[in-house]
Design a protein around this ligand. Structure first.
Ligand code: PGA
Length: 270
């Protein structure tokens, strides 16, 4: 795992957006895995601004979101479809057929989950998977004890997750407790994974993900098995990392220094 620590949430979000733009420059018709949540809002604002500047093409990629609440239609203001339209898709003009999310109001949610998994496979899998992390270590809505080999399916949200999501709902609205989520096995098949965590509330989950045991108790720890996973965090989210000095030595200020030979040991011509 590559751990990049930035001074604040803004810088961390900017770097996340920069990496998505780089992916779209390298492969404009890439398949992106996208995430929702408060953490991603500045990332999508930066990405939309980059598309507006012409830094990358925002109309050729295909995206699959991680999850959707069961029972909410796409035009419900708290659906993740609505979130994505508001924060990204409308701004960049991504054709609707390329902007995929599970249908929360599908008549048979279990069948919808299977269909969604097959749709990802039919597009050739995910090139770059963007992820947030829950306070309890969830990725997507794969709550603790989710199978690390799971596929897209219905999950029941923990009480803590429901409470964390309550801030997005009105006082008289019931927060949904079921979601269709991409599985951890599906996430692990992405060609590259990029997880963004900001704020002190995530510090414990970040430490468990990076330095804890590989365990379904912290679903994000499955990323330890991903061949190309990068964790981008701010100082607050990094606060509980034991090996922080090491990560900052390898990637000072979140950079990727060039690999050079040790001084005095450079290869000499024979
Ligand atoms: P947040 O959600 O960005 O709103 O904190 C992240 C998550 O639960 O995955």
């Amino acid at each position: 795992m590559k751990i990049l620590i930035f001074p604040d949430a803004e810088a961390a979000a900017r770097e996340t957006a920069r990496r998505i733009v780089a992916q779209l420059v390298a492969k404009p018709d890439a398949v992106l895995g996208l995430a929702t949540g408060g953490t991603m809002e500045p990332v999508y604002a930066a990405l939309a601004a980059a598309v507006a500047r012409g830094d990358c093409d925002g109309r050729r990629f295909t995206s699959f979101n991680l999850d959707e609440y069961v029972g909410l239609a796409g035009d419900h203001p708290q659906s993740y479809r609505h979130y994505m339209n508001r924060h990204l898709f409308d701004a960049i003009g991504l054709p609707a057929a390329q902007a995929r999310l599970p249908r929360g109001d599908a008549p048979d949610p279990a069948e919808e989950a299977r269909r969604y998994e097959a749709e990802i496979a039919a597009e050739g899998g995910i090139d770059l998977q963007l992820l947030g992390i829950g306070n309890n270590g969830h990725i997507g809505f794969n709550e603790p004890t989710s199978s690390l080999a799971s596929r897209t399916r219905i999950k029941t949200l923990t009480r803590g997750t429901v409470e964390a999501n309550r801030r997005f709902f009105g006082p008289d609205e019931q927060v949904p407790s079921l979601a269709i989520t991409i599985g951890i096995g599906t996430i692990l098949e992405s060609r590259e994974a990029l997880l963004l965590a900001t704020g002190g509330a995530k510090a414990e989950a970040v430490a468990a993900m990076v330095e804890g045991p590989l365990s379904a108790a912290c679903p994000a720890s499955a990323l330890q098995m991903h061949p190309r996973a990068t964790v981008i965090c701010d100082e607050e989210a990094a606060a509980r990392l034991q090996l922080r000095d090491y990560y900052e030595t390898v990637h000072p200020g979140g950079t990727e220094p060039a690999i050079t030979a040790p001084k005095g040991l450079e290869r000499t011509r024979t």
